[in-house]
Design a protein around this ligand. Structure first.
Ligand code: NI
Length: 198
């Protein structure tokens, strides 16, 4: 999920560490996969695919989680899911304002509140587009962190919103899929205009 206000994050938790190891340089050029306004493009195929369980939280997965946190911070996002960087695994990262950076591996949404909240969303894979999406206001999520520890988290407000948005990515669902047809049409014409503008 893309941050709505473009206020830079005051710090990146992993930034200094990654700079020291040279790891940051390695993935600095990594592009986020973007939705294209054409059917069956390679990008769209990746974004629309259901991600597979991680199961084994290896050193490689930990590294990818760190890399995803850094890419998310670099692009001023507040959430990023595996498929958005071509990793078709059930993993996403979040960093809501006022919260710590978090890693969710093989997450399950185990409860959602009855109340529905409408809030403006954006997505790093759908740049330049924002729209109001209605989602449950509170959730409970169960997942594993990058250390392989299971946790359950109750979230509300922006964090709940980000978690639901990122969880959707693991199912191959984008926020624009949750709009009505008029809203979706508006988004697609905006993407078309962006393409023409180059
Ligand atoms: Ni997104």
């Amino acid at each position: 999920m893309k941050k709505i206000l473009s206020i830079p994050h005051p710090f990146s938790l992993y930034g200094p560490f990654l700079h020291n190891t040279g790891f940051f340089r390695y993935h600095l050029n990594m592009e986020i996969i973007r939705l294209e306004n054409k059917e069956n493009s390679e990008n769209n195929r990746v974004l629309r695919q259901k991600a597979k369980p991680v199961k084994n939280i290896s050193g490689e997965i930990r590294e990818r989680a760190r890399e995803m946190l850094d890419i998310m911070h670099r692009d001023r996002g507040v959430g990023l899911a595996g498929p958005q960087v071509g990793l078709l695994k059930r993993i996403f990262v979040t960093h809501a304002e006022g919260d710590q950076p978090r890693v969710f591996i093989d997450p399950s949404i185990i409860w959602t509140s009855q109340d529905q909240v409408s809030y403006e969303e954006g997505c790093l894979s759908v740049p330049g587009v924002w729209a109001h999406v209605t989602r449950p206001g509170k959730i409970k999520v169960q997942a594993w962190n990058e250390k392989g520890r299971a946790f359950t988290l109750e979230a509300s407000g922006l964090l709940a919103r980000i978690i639901l948005h990122e969880y959707d990515h693991l199912e191959g669902i984008l926020f624009i899929d949750r709009l009505d047809s008029a809203g979706r049409e508006k988004v697609l014409s905006k993407l078309e205009k962006q393409k023409k503008a180059g």
